[in-house]
Design a protein around this ligand. Structure first.
Ligand SMILES: *[C@@H]1O[C@H](CO)[C@@H](O)[C@H](O)[C@H]1NC(C)=O
Ligand SMILES: *[C@@H]1O[C@H](CO)[C@@H](O)[C@H](O)[C@H]1NC(C)=O
Ligand SMILES: *[C@@H]1O[C@H](CO)[C@@H](O)[C@H](O)[C@H]1NC(C)=O
Length: 666
C-alpha cells in the first residue's frame, strides 16, 4: 500500500508525538484511520464508485466508513468494569446428575472474618421466576421466600433464576452484607429418549441449530469503523455478509417484527393491535415454528425498559421461548444498583447489563448444543443503542464471547447470525454526509457450518450470489423458515402459509434472488430504499417550493389530528440539503415522467427543529404527493420540545407551545 508523502509526513509527526506525549493508543488509532483512508482511496482510485449492489434496478453504494466527517470526532472508548472483587457464589452444572450446584468461596471472606473474631459466613438466596398469573407477566416477576444454602448444595429442579446474598455473621449475630449477585440456570428438561433420538438422527440427517446475535443500531459501516477485530472475525471462511441488506422500518420494532414474524408494523394492524395484551402472542413468531419442529428455544434482551416487544407495548402474555431471561432482568434492574453509560443501564449490580444476556447465551449453547436442535436469540442495546462509540468499548469483550462460543463448538453445529436492526438514526453519524445510508444499512452476517456447506453446496452458492443482491428483513424470515424445510428446492415450492405475510415476493436467501430486484419486490418502502443514487440539488430554484409544500402538509396534519392546541404551527426557516433520486433504467419508475423522489432536510421556526422528508414532487404540476407526516424523520433531539405529548410518533413533529421559553437541545 502506498501512502502519499503528505500522509507519510503526518505519520512521522505522529510517531514523534508518541515519544513526546506517550499517548500511543490514540496515535495508533489515528494511524489506523489514515491507513484505512489510504486503503479506501486506493481502492477507489480511478474514481470507481464501489457498490454493495449494482444492477440496472438497484445501485447501493459501498459507503466509506472512514470519511473525515465521521472520523473527526471519533474516539475509542475504554470498557468500564463493574466490579473488582471475586464471585462469592458460583454455580456449576453437574453433568452426572444433570443438576446445578452452588459453590460458596468462603476463603474470599477470610480477611474480613479475621477482623471479626468468631464470625461465620451465611449465604441465602431467593428464587426469581416469571409470574404467569398477572395480566402482563412481562412487566413483573415473582420472588420466592429466602432460603439459606451451604457450599456445594444442589439447586432444586425448575429453578430458573436466583438472587444470592452472603453475609458475615459475628458472635453477637450481627449481619453484614458481603456480596449480592444474580444467577441464571438453564436446566436440561429433555427426556433421555429425546436426546438419544436426536443424537441418532444427527448422524444420519443433521439439523442445523440457529443462533442469532444482535447489536442494536449497528450499521455494517459502523462495525467496520468501530469493531475492526469483530469485522475480521465475521469475514472468515464460512461467513456471508449480506451487503445488500436494507432495513424496512424506522426503529427496532418494525425491523425485528419483519424478521421474526414476516409482518410489517402497518400490516399487523389487520390482525390485532400490538398495544393490546395477547396480540404479539398471536403472531407467527419464527421461534414458534422452531419449537414445533422440536427445537429448544431461548430469547434474551438487555435494558428491560426499551426491550423490543416491551417498549410502549405489553410484551408477551405466554412465555415466548423455552428459556427467557426477562424476569431476572426486571428483578436485577429493580434490586441492584444500576449505573448508566452510553445512555442506558450499563452496570447492574456486579455485572454489565450486556453480560447477563451473553452469559445466558453461553449457558444455552453449553446445555443444548449436540443434545437438541436449538434456536437462540440474544440481543443487546446497552452499548450501542444511543452512542456509536459504545461499540469501541465493547469490541474486545464482544470478540471474547465470539471466541468462547467458538470454543463451545457453536460454529461446528449451527447457523450463526450477527445482525442489527438499523444503523444510527440521530446525531453525529446521521448528520454526516453518509448518514442517509448509515441509518438504512444494518449489519447482517450469516455463518454456515462446514458440514452444511458440504451437504447443501447449492444453498451456499446462492447465499454467496445473494450477498450483493438487494435483500430485506422479510427475506431473512424466509431464510430461517427455509432451514425447517430444507427439502424445498425453489421459490415456487413455498406454499402461501410458508411465506412472509407482508411480502409475498420475498424469499429465502438460500435461493437465488432476482438480479434486477427492486425495493418494492423486497418489501422496502421508498423512504428506506438505498437503491437509487442521489444527486444533490440543494441550490435548485424549485427546492424551496417543495419544502414549503411539505411544511404546509405538516400544518394541515396538526389541524386534522387536533394537535394545534398543543403544538405550534411550522414556518420554513431554511433548506439544509436536497437530494434527488436518480431513476434507474430497470428500477422503480413513477407513472409521470415529471415526478421525482427528493430527500429534503430542512429547519422550521420556532425552535429550529431539523426534519428530513422523502417526498415525490411533480415539476410540471408543481404538486407534492401526499406525505404521511408520521413518517418524517426528526434529525435533531426533541427532548425539550415535546413534553406536552405522549404519543411516540407525534413527539417527532410536535413543538409544544408550552416549551417555547425553554431552550432547544442540539
Ligand atoms: C477497580 O479498581 C480500580 C483501581 O484499583 C478502581 O479505579 C476502580 O474504581 C475499581 N472499580 C470498581 C467497580 O470498584
Ligand atoms: C418431534 O418429536 C416427536 C417425538 O420425539 C416426533 O414424533 C415428531 O415427529 C418430531 N417432529 C418433528 C417435526 O421432527
Ligand atoms: C436487468 O435489466 C436490464 C435492463 O433492463 C436487462 O438488460 C437485463 O437483461 C436484466 N437482467 C436480468 C437478469 O433480468
Amino acid at each position: 500500500m502506498q501512502l502519499s508523502t503528505e500522509t507519510f509526513e503526518s505519520k512521522m509527526k505522529m510517531f514523534q508525538l508518541v515519544i513526546i506525549m506517550n499517548r500511543m493508543f490514540e496515535v495508533l488509532q489515528a494511524l489506523f484511520v489514515v491507513i484505512c483512508l489510504g486503503f479506501w482511496n486506493k481502492n477507489n482510485a480511478e474514481g470507481n464508485q464501489k457498490y454493495y449492489v449494482n444492477s440496472p434496478a438497484c445501485q447501493m453504494p459501498a459507503v466509506n466508513p472512514f470519511t473525515w466527517d465521521t472520523m473527526r470526532g471519533f474516539h475509542r472508548k475504554k470498557m468500564r468494569h463493574c466490579h473488582n472483587d471475586s464471585d462469592m457464589v458460583t454455580s456449576e452444572f453437574d453433568f452426572e446428575t444433570h443438576q446445578y450446584r452452588l459453590h460458596i468461596h468462603e476463603h474470599l471472606a477470610k480477611p474480613i472474618l479475621k477482623t471479626k473474631g468468631k464470625a461465620t459466613i451465611k449465604c441465602e438466596y431467593r428464587e426469581i421466576s416469571r409470574d404467569n398469573f398477572v395480566k402482563k407477566p412481562d412487566n413483573t416477576y415473582k420472588e420466592l421466600r429466602v432460603r439459606t444454602f451451604k457450599n456445594h448444595q444442589i439447586v432444586p429442579k425448575n429453578t430458573n433464576f436466583m438472587i444470592t446474598k452472603c453475609y458475615v455473621k459475628d458472635a453477637k449475630n450481627h449481619q453484614q452484607l458481603l456480596q449480592k449477585d444474580a444467577i441464571s440456570f438453564i436446566e436440561d428438561r429433555l427426556p433421555k429418549k429425546k436426546v438419544k433420538d436426536f443424537v441418532k438422527q444427527q448422524s444420519v440427517d443433521p439439523k442445523p441449530s440457529v443462533f442469532i446475535m444482535g447489536l442494536d443500531s449497528t450499521s455494517r459501516i459502523n462495525l467496520r469503523r468501530a469493531m475492526p477485530s469483530v469485522f475480521k472475525f465475521v469475514s472468515k471462511p464460512g461467513w456471508f455478509e449480506m451487503q445488500g441488506y436494507n432495513k424496512v422500518g424506522d426503529n427496532t420494532f418494525p425491523n425485528l417484527l419483519a424478521l421474526l414474524t414476516g409482518d410489517s408494523e402497518e400490516g399487523v394492524k389487520h390482525f390485532c393491535d400490538v398495544k393490546k395484551p395477547g396480540c404479539l402472542d398471536s403472531l407467527n413468531f419464527i421461534w414458534k415454528r422452531f419449537k414445533h419442529a422440536n427445537y429448544t428455544t431461548a430469547f434474551a434482551e438487555d435494558c428491560q425498559a426499551i426491550s423490543t416487544f416491551n417498549y410502549l407495548k405489553p410484551g408477551f402474555i405466554k412465555q415466548p421461548t423455552d428459556y427467557y431471561l426477562r424476569p431476572l432482568l426486571l428483578a436485577i434492574e429493580k434490586q441492584f444498583k444500576v449505573t448508566n453509560d452510553y445512555g442506558y443501564p450499563y452496570c447492574v449490580g456486579r455485572h454489565l447489563s450486556f453480560s447477563y444476556v451473553w452469559d445466558f447465551g453461553q449457558q444455552f449453547i453449553d446445555r443444548f448444543l449436540g443434545r437438541s436442535p436449538m434456536f437462540g436469540m440474544i440481543w443487546s442495546n446497552s452499548f450501542t443503542h444511543d452512542h456509536f462509540e459504545g461499540a469501541t468499548a465493547l469490541e474486545s469483550l464482544f470478540l471474547k464471547y465470539l471466541k468462547s462460543f467458538e470454543e463451545s463448538n457453536l460454529f461446528g453445529k449451527s447457523i450463526v447470525i450477527l445482525m442489527s436492526d438499523h444503523g444510527h438514526r440521530y446525531n453525529t453519524l446521521r448528520l454526516a454526509s453518509t448518514g442517509y445510508y448509515e441509518e438504512r444499512m444494518p449489519m447482517m452476517f450469516i455463518y454456515l457450518p462446514l458440514w452444511f456447506r458440504r451437504k447443501y453446496p447449492h444453498l451456499a452458492k446462492n447465499l454467496k450470489t445473494n450477498q450483493n443482491r438487494l435483500s430485506s428483513n422479510y427475506d431473512m424470515y424466509m431464510t430461517l423458515l427455509h432451514l425447517l424445510h430444507l427439502d424445498k428446492k425453489s421459490v415456487a415450492d413455498f406454499p402461501d402459509n410458508l411465506k412472509a405475510r407482508q411480502c409475498k415476493s420475498c424469499q429465502s436467501l438460500f435461493l437465488e434472488l432476482p438480479f434486477n430486484r427492486t425495493c418494492q419486490m423486497a418489501g422496502i418502502q421508498e423512504k428506506w430504499c438505498c437503491c437509487q443514487p442521489t444527486e444533490t440539488v440543494t441550490n435548485a430554484h424549485y427546492v424551496e417550493d417543495i419544502a414549503k409544500a411539505i411544511v404546509q402538509q405538516m400544518n394541515d396534519h396538526l389541524i386534522s389530528h387536533d394537535l394545534s392546541d398543543l403544538c405550534h404551527d411550522f414556518t420554513l426557516e431554511s433548506v439544509e440539503k436536497a437530494d434527488r433520486k436518480t431513476i434507474l433504467s430497470s428500477g422503480f419508475k413513477p407513472a409521470d415522467k415529471d415526478e421525482h423522489v427528493y430527500i429534503i432536510s430542512f429547519k422550521t421556526v420556532p425552535k429550529n427543529p431539523l426534519f428530513e422528508a422523502t417526498v415525490r414532487w411533480n415539476s410540471r404540476t408543481q404538486k407534492l404527493k401526499y406525505i404521511n407526516v408520521e413518517d418524517l424523520s426528526r434529525l435533531s433531539s426533541y427532548k425539550n420540545d415535546a413534553n406536552c405529548i405522549n404519543q411516540k410518533n407525534a413527539k417527532k413533529y410536535c413543538i409544544c407551545k408550552d416549551s417555547l421559553d425553554k431552550p432547544s437541545e442540539d
